[in-house]
Design a protein around this ligand. Structure first.
Ligand SMILES: [Zn+2]
Length: 253
């Protein structure tokens, strides 16, 4: 399959006729395989199916050249963490080899730094930090390419805060800003005016109150996860975001 899209909930959706491209060649896949892949798309993009959605339409372009339109109706029962839509780790760096970042590299505030040290003391050989404080410039640069593709990406991605509204307003007010660099500069100009509390309300990576840990497999991984959940001044943590394994912990200052 090449792509998938979903429509927002529409109470009075007009049912469009299903269109199919000519079946120019056999795909080599059974219908069961294709449907299995469809379900994988749904599973990996649970965030696209919030609980208030009553109808979702997915269009799939199959390898065979055929197009498959699926429509799901009925309320979704997908559950979310309290800050699922925060996209807290957007722009995160992955460290797959090497020692990871030192606690000094993370550049955290007092609570985050103490928690990182606590975790490292418990698992000195296993814990690798991949991300800590993120500058406003790097946060803006990480967001901009998504806005190039979708002008409403900020509104659709982040939790509802005055900060989100201010960033989306900048995008809406600047239709001529279409390149990633122009958008990044604009978003940065908005975020640079924020107080520390406002930064924290948007992303605790910006305020230096969050870090990411490289996922660890097996029993050791389980123990590290338990330890993260018990860190002092923990505000919230997650091990999964939008189908990706991301170990993120954020703290009260
Ligand atoms: Zn994070």
């Amino acid at each position: 399959m090449a792509s998938s899209t979903k429509s927002a909930a529409r109470k009075s959706a007009v049912r469009k006729s299903i269109t199919r491209a000519p079946n120019v060649r056999a795909s080599g896949k059974s219908l069961a395989q294709e449907l299995s892949e469809v379900l994988d798309v749904v599973r990996l993009h649970a965030a696209s199916f919030p609980s208030r959605t009553v109808r979702t339409r997915i269009t799939l372009s199959l390898d065979s050249g055929a197009r498959l339109d699926l429509e799901f109706s009925g309320a979704s029962d997908v559950e979310f963490g309290p800050e699922f839509n925060e996209h807290i780790c957007v722009g995160q760096e992955f460290v797959l080899e090497g020692p990871g970042k030192s606690i000094d590299d993370l550049d955290l505030g007092a609570s985050g730094r103490a928690a990182a040290q606590n975790l490292l003391d418990q698992f000195p050989d296993e814990v690798k930090f991949t991300s800590g404080r993120r500058t406003i410039a790097s946060q803006a640069s990480a967001m901009a390419p998504n806005v190039v593709k979708n002008r409403k990406w900020i509104q659709e991605t982040y939790k509802d805060t005055p900060q989100r509204a201010a960033l989306q307003k900048w995008v809406d007010d600047h239709p001529d800003a279409t390149t990633a660099s122009a958008i990044a500069a604009g978003l940065e100009s908005v975020m640079n005016k924020w107080t520390l509390d406002q930064q924290r309300n948007f992303s605790r990576h910006i305020s230096g109150d969050a870090f990411d840990v490289q996922p660890v497999a097996g029993d050791t991984g389980k123990k590290i996860k338990e330890a993260i959940g018990k860190l002092p001044k923990l505000h919230w943590h997650t091990f999964e975001e939008g189908g990706l394994e991301i170990w993120h912990a954020q703290f009260n200052p």
